[in-house]
Design a protein around this ligand. Structure first.
Ligand code: BTN
Length: 146
């Protein structure tokens, strides 16, 4: 009798574990688009949570022609978190500004992934007196294209 109870318990434990391990995780790697029409591609996330990518902004605060620019960031290692937080920096190749994004990768019940982010765009100004107007702040929501 005890043997049957122990076996059932073990079976239940294994099934619960299988269910948990098949829980879908939100993954940063891939191609994303935000509500402004900007696109970014993110490489595979390495074991330390580091990643690189390319950002193609649809808009600019400059009057220069837009160019695809590199990004570099990190997240909590994918294998550990279902909805990891992350941050990355875009070093614009056509502008003297830098943008940093922070956010979280969310996975809904249907398996759809969304990146909810906040960004700070720092413009280069001539003197500390202009510091007060040098930083813009905003929100971007990215959805997966691929
Ligand atoms: C610049 O204008 O100096 C560089 C391009 C900045 C584009 C910003 S970054 C935050 C926001 N989200 C986007 O996708 N593009 C704008």
């Amino acid at each position: 009798m005890m043997g049957k109870v122990a076996f059932s318990l073990l079976l239940a434990l294994v099934l619960v574990n299988l269910g948990l391990s098949s829980e879908r995780k939100c993954v940063l790697s891939g191609l994303w688009k935000n509500e402004l029409g900007s696109n970014m591609s993110i490489s595979a996330v390495n074991a330390d949570g580091g990643f690189t990518g390319l950002y193609h902004t649809a808009v600019t605060a400059t009057n220069k022609p837009i160019q695809v620019s590199p990004l570099k960031g990190s997240q909590k290692p994918t294998s550990q978190r279902k909805q990891p937080t992350f941050g990355f920096t875009v070093t614009w190749t056509f502008s003297d500004s830098t943008t940093v994004f922070v956010g979280q990768c969310f996975m809904d019940d249907k398996g759809k992934e969304t990146l909810k982010t906040k960004w700070l765009l720092r413009e280069e100004v001539r003197s500390p007196g202009a510091d007060w107007k040098a930083t813009r702040v905003g929100t971007n929501i990215f959805t997966r294209i691929k």
